[in-house]
Design a binder for this molecule. Structure first.
Ligand SMILES: Cc1cc2nc3c(=O)[nH]c(=O)nc-3n(C[C@H](O)[C@H](O)[C@H](O)COP(=O)(O)O)c2cc1C
Length: 177
């Protein structure tokens, strides 16, 4: 199985990044391959509701980093969405990507793919409900299947490295794919 991990934290070596790496380690152990992308390395313009993706070949006409990301999403069997909680939602960069997932409404290419959420929050998992609901409604609409989440309490960059319990949980989630 091919896994695509999308990192929506602006910090490399972030809590999101570390947890996603643990998931990928677990998944590698059971034979899956993966690719990880840092969304902040890509230019992603906002969706402008031009509706071009609803016609013809169902593709987005905007020329930016999404041209590289779309085919990777098409190819993946499972997508990990890693985003810290920023004011009870995803980071701005992750939201830009989500809005640009609109071509998948018409082309149906994400149907049946599985997805996982990874979210650190300074206040902990209890404040992640609006974020989970937003992503679940959005990805259900695209026909994707939610298969798991890692929500943790963390604030400082990389502090999750000290939390063996959460790292184990992440590893086991990956090994369960
Ligand atoms: C702009 C901004 C908004 C944030 N909003 C929240 C919030 O509403 N609730 C919360 O629990 N943590 C909030 N945080 C803290 C981050 O979720 C937390 O530091 C997290 O561990 C960062 O993940 P990262 O290490 O993967 O970048 C916010 C951080 C930033 C920079």
């Amino acid at each position: 199985m091919k896994i695509l991990a999308l990192i929506g934290s602006p910090r490399k070596g972030s809590n999101t990044d570390i947890l996603v790496d643990e998931i990928l380690k677990g998944s590698k152990k059971v034979g899956h391959t993966s690719e990880k992308l840092y969304l902040y390395d890509y230019k992603i313009f906002p969706c402008i509701d031009c509706r071009a993706c609803k016609k013809g070949k169902f593709v987005c006409p905007i020329k930016d980093g999404m041209k590289q990301i779309y085919p990777k999403m098409d190819d993946a069997d499972l997508i990990i969405f890693g985003t810290p909680n920023y004011f009870y939602g995803p980071t701005g960069k992750m939201k830009l990507l989500i809005d640009r997932m609109r071509p998948f409404v018409a082309n149906g290419k994400l149907k049946g793919k599985r997805w996982v959420l990874v979210t650190p929050a300074a206040e902990g998992p209890r404040v992640c409900r609006p974020l989970i609901q937003m992503l679940r409604l959005s990805f259900d609409y695209l026909g994707m299947k939610f298969i798991g989440k890692i929500l943790v309490k963390a604030y400082e960059k990389g502090e999750i490295k000290e939390n063996r319990r959460e790292l184990d949980r992440a590893y086991k989630l990956g090994a369960s794919f």
